[in-house]
Design a binder for this molecule. Structure first.
Ligand code: SIN
Length: 496
């Protein structure tokens, strides 16, 4: 079965199916392709290039050749080109949103939001490009000038996930380009079309040939593509968003060439509702944080802890809100939750629900089966009470619209359980006690703490984790540093 993807007339060129290397759209060396499918019905949208190690190497050849000129271009010039790319992304918001929602399943309204979210990083880093300041250090000895300059690391390889096909690639590519690096990238096999469209817009914006290169690859050939980059000493940095096992593999395999790494990995976010919280605000915050992209985000609350004194009231309010969530294909205007990305994702979600019920959880809302009448990859949102730490959903990232509620009795107890995970990406809590706010924010082991807030993501803030959730930060001024190294220049024998 095939499906059609309709864009603004005359912008069909945004649907690209070939690699973009050295300023040219090209077939893969092996001539192979793989199908990109619509998760709503598994229909084929378009076949794209299934790249090999040779294609990955060609991309690095191009990025490497383009690096000196891009590095040496005045920062203002780089900034202007990135700004033009930003303007073009905003101008094509609707077409990009259609591509995102078709290949990823996100409802159209949410996909439009993602395009602006992606664009916000591009704009931010265009502005940061001209602020890559160094330092002048007061020399502790006579006759010396001691300065520190920031330099781009070189060729960057960006390996991006499917859940935010525009935003995740934008917040890797934009700071890399702003810093003066050139880029090779490989989008997730489920959602390459959005990245290809973004590269098409970057090409139109006038980014020089070779600064930005993309190769697409299926699940089977991805190891050859990324493996090529891992062993290539010209690739000086890998930036990756995805699972913790893959992140650890990249860290191990890049050790021989000692690449700089940014790893934005899995999470197991706690969402804590204290007895002094504003319950309506907490429910609203949870709805926003949990059901964004149908729960398919690394920062999605995976474990909801509610104090015993407010547990029942909170669950009642939450169940009422969850009952209003409409599940349906991205094209349905009232859909709030689209399909999950694929059958593997659905299997995991249903396994977590069944396991929780087997271990004594109560299904307040939802179902143990998929919503097959809508399509192969649809599931109902689910609310489970009586969650315990023995359940799989307490340890594994569910990555779907499942809310397990744990009851707790004291602050000390909940902090201990919240931190009892190898992950540390995001944490959320609701409290109106100012002392508790600072105490708990300090005690939670995560790179991001959201206090009385369900939507913290911003281009102006550092996004990233601790522990098994990885290292490196995306967004904000810290995000630029990830693509630069620090050079100390010491000039001696100064004549006065
Ligand atoms: C992610 O799920 O990895 C990113 C989500 C976000 O940017 O908020």
């Amino acid at each position: 079965m095939t499906s059609t993807l309709t864009l603004t007339p005359a912008r069909d060129d945004l649907i690209q199916s070939r690699n973009f290397i050295g300023g040219h759209w090209c077939e893969g060396a092996d001539g192979r392709t793989f199908a990109v499918v619509d998760p709503a019905d598994d229909s084929v949208i378009v076949p794209v290039v299934d790249s090999s190690g040779a294609d990955a190497k060609a991309a690095v050849d191009a990025a490497s050749a383009a690096f000196p000129a891009w590095r040496d271009a005045p920062a203002r010039q780089r900034a202007q080109l990135i700004k033009r790319w930003h303007a073009s992304i905003v101008e094509h918001q609707e077409d990009l949103a259609r591509i995102i929602s078709r290949e990823q399943g996100k409802p159209l309204a949410e996909a439009r939001g993602e395009v602006l979210y992606a664009a916000s990083y591009v704009e931010w880093f265009a502005e940061e490009a001209v602020r890559a300041y160094g330092d002048v250090i007061p020399a502790p000895v006579d006759g010396r000038r001691m300065t520190v300059v920031k330099e781009p690391v070189g060729v960057v390889a960006a390996v991006t996930p499917w859940n935010f096909p525009a935003a995740m690639i934008a917040r890797k590519i934009a700071p890399a380009l702003a810093a003066g690096c050139t880029v090779v990238c490989k989008p997730a096999e489920d959602t390459p079309l959005t990245s290809l469209a973004l590269l098409r817009l970057a090409q139109e914006a006038g980014l020089p040939a070779g600064t930005l290169n993309i190769v697409t690859a299926s699940r089977e050939t991805t190891p050859a593509v990324v493996g090529q980059w891992l062993k290539d000493p010209r690739v000086r940095k890998i930036t990756f968003t995805g699972s913790t096992p893959v992140g650890k593999h990249l860290a191990r395999e890049s050790a021989d060439t000692l690449k700089k790494l940014s790893l934005e990995l899995g999470g197991n976010a706690p969402f804590i509702v204290f007895e002094d919280a504003d319950l309506d605000a907490a429910v609203a915050g949870l709805m926003t944080a949990k059901f964004r992209n149908g729960g398919q985000t690394c920062v999605s609350p995976n474990r909801v802890f509610v104090h015993g004194a407010v547990h029942d009231a909170f669950v009642a309010k939450l169940a009422e809100r969850m009952a209003k969530l409409t599940v349906g294909p991205a094209t349905r205007p009232d859909a709030l939750i689209g399909p999950m990305i694929n059958a593997r994702a659905v299997d995991k979600i249903l396994r977590h629900i069944e396991d929780a019920l087997d271990k004594g959880g109560r299904l307040v809302f939802g179902s143990t089966r998929g919503l097959g009448q809508l399509g192969p990859n649809f599931v109902s949102p689910a609310l489970i009470t009586g969650a315990t730490t023995e359940m799989a959903l307490a340890h594994e990232e569910t990555f779907g619209p499942v809310v397990p509620v744990f009851r707790f009795g004291s602050e000390a107890e909940v902090i201990e359980i919240a931190n009892a995970t190898p992950y540390g990406l995001a944490s959320y809590f609701y409290s109106n006690d100012i002392d508790r706010v600072w105490r708990v924010a300090a005690a939670l082991e995560s790179g991001i703490v959201a206090v009385n807030e369900g939507a913290f993501a911003s281009e102006a803030a550092p996004f990233g984790g601790v522990k098994d959730s990885g290292y490196g930060r995306e967004g904000s001024r810290y995000g630029l540093d990830e693509y630069m190294h620090t050079k100390y220049v010491c000039q001696g024998n100064l004549k006065r």
